[in-house]
Design a protein around this ligand. Structure first.
Ligand code: ADP
Length: 988
């Protein structure tokens, strides 16, 4: 017998089974299943389940409906009935095969809204016990009002019905509301497991431990530590999103990443690995980013898949000299379980996918990463760095997600082998700076003034992309606003400003003797300077009371606010650290410049760190030279690290800045001027020598080629040191000996700050160069910083640099005046049609301009038309590249009309622009009339036979054209073959 007929025949029995209890629950459960299987539409459901109508009527309505829907629906109906009422005899005896269909369908799900539907039966079951929590989340996330909640909670509804009403409401609120519910349930019941699995909650002791851990993590992360020395600023109030990007190009990812993407699968390059690296410069916001992640996790607002999060600071791990087991490391350094330590540790071992470790500042760990010591046993004791390295490699606790932060220099290839992905933290975007300053100043007028003064000093604005400098600038707003336009240019200026700020605001002593602020506080500077300097050379960032005493640091010195108490929970002794590592480098530089104990070889050794081939070797040499015999003995056996180099570089940059002639007056009464002069001469000599070494390493060009220099690491640093000195003579001297035609600085981490320094130094070049800055983070602010050296650039390559129309507007306004400037490449930036009017203006007014490449931006037909306006009046352009825009036929036609009479155009690319045959026919006119064109790229368009026929026709009379590329157009293989025979210069 067919099941459809069975529905009719057994009608009475079915109605009885569904309604005899008097409760609507069975009927509603069947409806849930049919809805989830897609057998009932939402409308069907509402027609059956009419509130207030008698239960029997609703049930009858359902039977009528399934009958009319046919055989399949009836089969599924019986399967649903059997699932809801497995005990009922005699009903649907022929339908047993259908239950398997039910299960198969339940597996399918897509969007969250669909999941709500396909998993409705199990969601109802799960939600009924936690309705209030779900409603709370929906209200917090802004999807529900309190009236919605009241409607769901109506007293006449059973908990299951309340759950259904909740789901019905959520359905109408869209995808994001559905997501809130699913996340809530996942977090409530089954962390890190798919919803379809059985109910799961962690053991009670683990839950207790989780609570203790999260409240400790929350307490540690809710305030920002740089404010420790001044005032407490809550992270919520000040946190501003930084720019996160994948280090490896990933086709699916465009723009900045979100915080959750750090631990997510997005951009994974090595699926076997569990470690994510977040890399960024000192002060770029790495620790703060982790702090934010910790806080959000502790509140249950992010990283919900992880039940336990263990945060580690490598800086603090340096002071752990004991050998520890993994268990001791977790419990002693993060959070101690009050009971059942063994069980909890076993739980951690058994559930790696629920655990997240974070290691902040790998670059600050005393030992360099190595994969030589293998450790697989979680109970075996080992030095902490060995535990850490084995965790990173996955020999210990495979499957546990680890997030490590580090400066880029410290993450060598051996370490990178073990990464699942690398994410770059690139500081604040221009809008981030704006947002941070506004958050920092509750008084909107002050914020506006600070922002205004930043706009007038773009060098300073460039510095503010680094969050730590943005903080200092905001912190010292009074000094900033008071010191007049443009007097702060360099990083040293910014740190001197904060030095003065702290002294003037925190010193209880009034300046009674007419001394300058530095003289007044010289002893403090010297004490802290020594502490910082000793720390840098011993890779020490946390100081004990004894360390402070040794360097003469007094209570009064501590009160100035440059030191803060370390948050090390593994020890009860009081320990201190500088507000930020860059502050420690600054004090170390002050020590080198001001102390009468500075050895005469200190400065040369400091600057020599960049010359050695092996970074580790150079650092060892510097450190050995600076350490006393006793210290050397203590340090022996420990490998010197390449990771110390960045701090030595920062220190050297500050030394250059402090010895700038601009600051001479400040030192006048603090250090004998003869000593000062000698130190200045030393630095100048070091910089000059360093540059010479770079220049000497440039290989001679192959005959016919241009002489090209690819910057070695350290070149940009030397340039920055020269900039800090702010002495044109030194820059001029350095550049006078550089003889290259092309300077390549790709993938060199060049942001606005580096652009300022580059422009300052490169403007003194004697001959014009091609400046290649592809794949950096120049941005609009950086572009503006480059303007002073535009006159010396004959070509500028800025591919992949986050530049927008605004940056182009400023760049071209300057470029138009620069006689030498002839080529620009802007592939893969954020340009739109709005920038084309500026290019058009340039083309009209610059009759020696040769090459314009604007590939992979967002130009459309309008942009092409604007460009065409300029091209009509231009008589010099040879190369025009518009690959990967969207100019279409109309854009191609406009360009063709403008270019058809050109006698300079050699190369034209309209690859991937949605150009069809109409566009191709127009372009054929260029072939017809233009006498110079050699290469035409039309790959990846939608040109059909008629378009190609026109191209062939015009090529017959043209001998200049060497090739026309037509791969991936709308042509059949026969057409391709035939046309290739006719015109060998076509490439398909
Ligand atoms: P890193 O760890 O990269 O050296 P930090 O995270 O210590 O950098 O940042 C230095 C300082 O810059 C912080 O103490 C804080 O004042 C500021 N800062 C960094 N990132 C942010 C952020 N995302 N929001 C607000 N302030 C930040």
């Amino acid at each position: 017998m067919f099941v459809q007929e069975l529905v009719l025949r057994q009608r009475t029995e079915i109605l009885n089974a569904l309604c005899s209890s008097g409760s609507a629950e069975h009927l509603e459960q069947v409806l849930d299943i049919l809805l989830s299987q897609g057998e009932l539409t939402w409308e069907d459901y509402q027609n059956v389940q009419v509130p207030g109508r008698a239960l029997h009527c609703n049930a009858r309505k359902l039977l009528d409906l399934v009958y009319t829907k046919g055989e399949d629906t009836c089969g599924l109906f019986f399967a649903a009935l059997k699932r809801v009422l497995p005990e009922t005899k005699g009903v649907g005896t022929l339908s047993s095969g259908c239950s398997s269909i039910l299960e198969e369908k339940e597996e399918q799900q897509n969007t969250c809204t669909e999941t709500l539907l396909t998993q409705r039966p199990s969601l109802v079951e799960k939600l009924q016990v936690c309705i209030d929590g779900a409603l709370e989340d929906l209200v917090t996330s802004g999807h529900f009002t309190s009236a919605d909640c009241d409607e769901v909670r109506l007293a006449i509804h059973t908990p299951c019905q309340q759950a259904r009403r909740l789901l019905d409401h959520v359905r109408s609120r869209g995808e994001s509301a559905a997501k809130v519910v699913l996340l809530f349930i996942q977090h409530q019941q089954e962390p890190a497991r798919p919803l379809t699995k059985d109910k799961w909650t962690p053991p009670k002791e683990v839950s207790k431990y989780q609570k203790k851990l999260s409240s400790s993590v929350s307490a540690q992360s809710c305030f920002l530590s740089t404010y420790g020395g001044t005032s407490h600023m809550s992270l919520d109030d000040i946190y501003t999103d930084g720019q996160l990007e994948l280090a490896h190009n990933c086709v699916d990812v465009h723009g900045s990443l979100g915080l959750e993407d750090i631990v997510g699968a997005l951009g994974t390059v090595n699926k076997e690995a569990d470690t994510v690296l977040v890399s960024g410069e000192a002060g770029g916001g790495k620790s703060t980013l982790l702090q934010r992640l910790h806080l959000l996790w502790a509140r249950g607002a992010a990283l919900k898949d992880f039940l336990l999060l263990f945060p580690f600071s490598c800086r603090r791990l340096n002071s752990e000299h004991r050998e520890l087991s993994l268990q001791e490391l977790l419990f002693q350094h993060c959070c101690w379980p009050d009971r059942q330590q063994e069980e909890i540790f076993q739980f951690i071992l058994d559930h790696p996918h629920l655990i997240l470790f974070t290691f902040d500042g790998l670059d600050e760990l005393k030992q360099s990463f190595t994969d030589e010591h293998r450790l697989c046993c979680p109970t075996q004791r080992a030095p902490v760095h060995i535990l850490l390295f084995n965790l990173i490699q996955g020999f210990l606790m495979k499957g546990v997600r680890k997030v490590v932060t580090s400066r880029p220099e410290a993450a060598g290839p051996v370490f990178k082998k073990h990464l699942c992905k690398e994410i770059l933290l690139k500081g604040f975007s221009p809008s981030g700076i704006d947002c941070f300053v506004r958050k920092h100043h509750s008084d909107a007028t002050v914020a506006a003034k600070v922002l205004e003064s930043l706009q007038t000093n773009t060098a300073l604005l460039g510095l503010c992309h680094s969050p730590v400098l943005c903080w200092i600038v905001s912190q010292c707003h009074k000094e900033l606003l008071g010191c007049g336009e443009g007097s702060i240019h360099t990083i040293t200026d910014v740190y001197l400003m904060i030095l003065q700020h702290f002294f003037q605001h925190q010193s209880s002593l009034k300046n009674t003797k007419g001394l300058c602020w530095l003289q007044e506080n010289l002893q403090t500077v010297l004490h802290l300077g020594k502490l910082a300097f000793d720390g840098i050379r011993a890779t020490c960032y946390i100081f004990s009371g004894t360390d402070l005493e040794t360097c003469g640091v007094t209570e009064k010195d501590i009160c100035m606010g440059f030191l803060m108490q370390s948050k090390d929970i593994s020890t009860h002794a009081q320990r201190y650290e500088f507000l930020h590592v860059t502050m420690q480098c600054f004090f170390a530089a002050l020590h080198i410049v001001l102390s009468d104990t500075t050895d005469h070889s200190t400065i040369p050794k400091l600057f020599e760190t960049q010359n050695m081939k092996q970074a580790g070797q150079s650092s060892r040499c510097f450190i050995a030279c600076l350490l006393s015999i006793d210290q050397q003995q203590r340090a022996s056996g420990e490998e010197a690290k390449a990771t110390e180099i960045p701090n030595l570089h920062i220190t050297a940059t500050f030394v250059s800045g402090l010895l700038s002639p601009r600051h001479r007056n400040l030192w006048l009464h603090c250090c004998p001027s003869a000593v000062m002069e000698k130190r200045i001469r030393q630095v100048v000599k070091c910089l000059s020598k360093g540059m010479q070494k770079h220049f000497k390493s440039i290989p001679q060009p192959v005959e016919g080629d241009k002489k090209s220099m690819h910057a070695m690491p350290g070149f940009v640093w030397l340039i920055k040191c020269i900039y800090e000195m702010q002495e044109g003579r030194i820059a001029k001297d350095a550049m006078s000996k550089l003889e290259v035609d092309h300077l390549k600085l790709t993938y060199c981490n060049i942001g606005p700050v580096e652009c300022t320094a580059l422009a300052y130094v490169l403007q003194h070049l004697r001959n014009p160069v091609g400046l290649q800055l592809d794949n950096n983070s120049v941005g609009d602010v950086g572009v503006e910083q480059l303007l002073p050296c535009m006159h010396i650039c004959n070509s500028l390559y800025l591919r992949n640099n986050n530049i927008t129309d605004e940056g182009i507007r400023k760049l071209l306004a300057k470029a138009i005046e620069c006689e030498n400037f002839k080529k620009i490449a802007l592939f893969n930036n954020n340009l739109t049609d709005a920038c084309t009017q500026h290019f058009s203006h340039l083309l009209k007014n610059k009759q020696n301009f040769v090459s314009l490449r604007l590939g992979n931006n967002n130009l459309t037909e309008e942009g092409a038309k604007q460009l065409a306006e300029g091209l009509k009046c231009n008589h010099s352009l040879q190369y025009l590249g518009l690959w990967g825009n969207k100019i279409g036929d109309a854009g191609a036609e406009a360009l063709a009309t403008a270019l058809e009479n050109s006698n300079t155009l050699v190369w034209l690319s309209l690859v991937g622009n949605g150009v069809g045959s109409a566009g191709a026919c127009a372009i054929a006119n260029i072939i017809k009339n233009c006498t110079s064109l050699e290469e035409l790229w039309l790959t990846e368009n939608c040109i059909t036979r008629s378009g190609v026929e026109r191209l062939i026709q015009e090529m017959q009379h043209n001998t200049h054209v060497k090739s026309v590329w037509l791969r991936n157009n709308d042509l059949s293989s026969e057409e391709v073959e035939e046309m290739r025979q006719r015109e060998s210069r076509l490439t398909f």
